[in-house]
Write a protein that binds this ligand. Structure first.
Ligand code: AHR
Length: 552
């Protein structure tokens, strides 16, 4: 099957008109917003009459490759993320491989975790990598200034590399700009990537790792507008240029990609790019920015005992993230050279942040409900819809912190509802994003003085030509109503068969706990009898489905 740029937009529009007429959704679609939102911020009137929904997958309008790294993870020395979640030590009775926790490795392997960002977060800009190499008994105990706990340094570069290797994930290192030095960063890169017989490369050998790690992804600091040094964009541009000037030479022939610190708000990105351009060889240094990092956290009151309104207002925030991404892409494009590849957007921290204490061994440990999972699924749909523009996304954080994949307690591990979302999205990894047209009724939320409408149905689609397979991930956000979703493949091949996996539960407040670890789990793949280019799929209320379509 060939992907061509021939347009089926006209066909999509005609079918859309027919569908809107038949389903009675024309009023919602044409007026956009319905009645004014009530005092609670969600308009229940706009939630009635959910009826049907429709998704058109425009098979001949590719939107670039969905980078595998969009399903990335983030691990920081914070709370029990690393100590407890990844590292238990070789003497632990918890099953481990040289101190690395076997069950969490197996869990990440199962979802094909593509990349793990480390060591922070705010921690990165106070981390000195030399504290974490060599015999563990000789490593210093330091104080984790950001997250209020002792840092034993037992998990350092070599342990991290081994953890990534066992999971099958790429490493992604964030270097210390805020309190570190260029020299320190050069040495770290040499330790990781050099195949020379220098003293530092020999040190890696002495620590049991003869072959270079060939780390590709390096970010130059973390949130340097805040915890990473509180720089202005102009100050940061100077630091960025100085670090990259040396690190690009230290790479030692290995493929290296630099990720610069951006900001989701204000004019940081523009001012950063302008400041780079004012430097000698400005264009040259600008070209080294292969990815621009932004972070986005969702906040909306209680983690479990939220109201129905709180359910909708959290999910609606994905629309604001889309606005952020459009603005950041706009800034990147403003400084893009003609015909040059634009830097990708690295959303290298994202997720929901509930109100929980932020210090000590259990810092930022928060519950994880089906609502959080549906938020993750809606977010991932949006990221896939941005196609190749989003080059990476790392959910915060992998274990025991914020919107994690799993909780660990002693020898036990519980997978969160969010974990299963990553499992269901896995077929999109590396596939070609396809444009989708989604029609469904919508709800309203109040943002400041504005009312915004959000569709109940979210979708993304991708095509894996080599496997003759398309994947469609659908989220029905409606709290109470199931949707019959009419799915149409516009242009391209027809469907010969399909399987579906689903994630839902009786309540959006359901979660997995150590007492009830399997409250919210994804179903195994089930065959569904769909063929041709048009079929209907029923989505239960508050559910995610991942459809794998075998193409003729
Ligand atoms: O993920 C927790 C913290 O949130 C990170 O350390 C920091 O980068 C962000 O502000």
């Amino acid at each position: 099957m060939m992907l061509t740029a021939s347009s089926s937009t006209k066909e999509v529009r005609t079918n859309r008109r027919k569908f809107l007429k038949a389903s009675g959704l024309a009023a919602v679609a044409s007026k956009g917003l319905g009645a004014a939102a009530n005092a609670l911020g969600v308009n229940p009137a706009a939630r009635t009459g959910s009826g049907g929904a429709r998704v058109t997958v425009v098979m001949d309008e590719p939107a670039g490759q969905i980078n595998r790294n969009v399903l990335g993870q983030f691990a920081e020395h914070l709370g029990a993320c690393v100590y407890g979640g990844m590292w238990v030590g070789p003497k632990s009775s918890i099953p481990n491989t040289d101190g690395l926790r076997n069950d969490t490795i197996a869990a990440l392997k199962r979802i094909h975790a593509p990349i793990i960002r480390w060591p922070g977060g705010c921690f990165a800009d106070l981390y000195h990598w030399r504290d974490g190499i060599g015999p563990r008994s000789k490593r210093p105990t330091t104080w984790n200034l950001w997250w209020g706990r002792e840092e034993p340094n037992s998990f350092g570069t070599d342990e991290y590399m081994e953890y990534c290797r066992l999971c099958g994930a790429s490493p992604y290192i964030c270097v210390n700009v805020g309190s570190g030095s260029v020299r320190e960063a050069i040495d770290w890169m040499e330790y990781c990537n050099s195949s020379h017989s220098t003293t530092i490369a020999q040190e890696r050998l002495a620590n049991g790792h003869a072959a270079p790690y060939n780390v590709t992804y390096w970010s130059i600091g973390n949130e340097n507008w805040g915890c990473g040094g509180a720089f202005t964009p102009e100050n940061y541009a100077d630091h960025y240029a100085r670090y990259v000037n040396y690190l690009s030479r230290a790479a030692g022939g290995a493929k290296v990609e630099f990720v610069a610190c951006g900001n989701e708000a204000g004019d940081w990105n523009q001012r950063f790019f302008e400041a780079l351009l004012r430097r000698p060889a400005g264009r040259g240094i600008l070209r080294t920015v292969r990815q621009l990092s932004i972070h986005h956290y969702f906040h909306d009151g209680a983690a479990v005992n939220f109201s129905d309104q709180g359910y909708y207002s959290l999910l609606a925030q994905v629309g604001f993230l889309e606005d952020v991404l459009r603005r950041v892409i706009g800034a990147v494009d403003e400084f893009r050279e003609p015909n040059a590849l634009a830097p990708g957007i690295a959303l290298d921290e994202w997720g929901v942040w509930h109100p929980v204490p932020g210090q000590g061994p259990e810092a930022l440990l928060q519950p994880n409900t089906l609502r959080d999972a549906l938020l993750a699924a809606t977010t991932l749909n949006s990221l896939c819809n941005f196609g190749s523009r989003v080059s990476m996304a790392c959910i915060a954080q992998v274990f025991n912190v914020l919107q994690c994949m799993a909780f660990t307690r002693g020898a036990r591990m519980v997978l969160t509802p969010t974990y299963y979302v990553f499992d269901l999205f896995h077929p999109h990894m590396g596939a070609t994003a396809l444009r989708t047209v989604v029609e469904s009724s919508s709800y309203e939320v109040k943002e400041g003085h504005q009312h915004v409408a959000r569709k109940y149905l979210s979708a993304s689609a991708s095509l894996d030509e080599s496997r003759k397979r398309a994947c469609l991930t659908l989220v029905n956000q409606h709290l109470t109503d199931a949707f019959d979703v009419e799915i149409e493949l516009a242009a391209g091949a027809a469907v010969a068969g399909a399987t579906v996996r689903q994630l839902t539960s009786a309540s959006v407040r359901d979660q997995n706990t150590f007492d009830h670890p399997n409250g919210v789990v994804a179903t195994d793949p089930k065959r569904v009898s769909v063929t041709g280019r048009r079929f209907t799929q029923t989505l239960p209320a508050h559910s995610l489905q991942s459809l794998l379509l075998e193409l003729e």
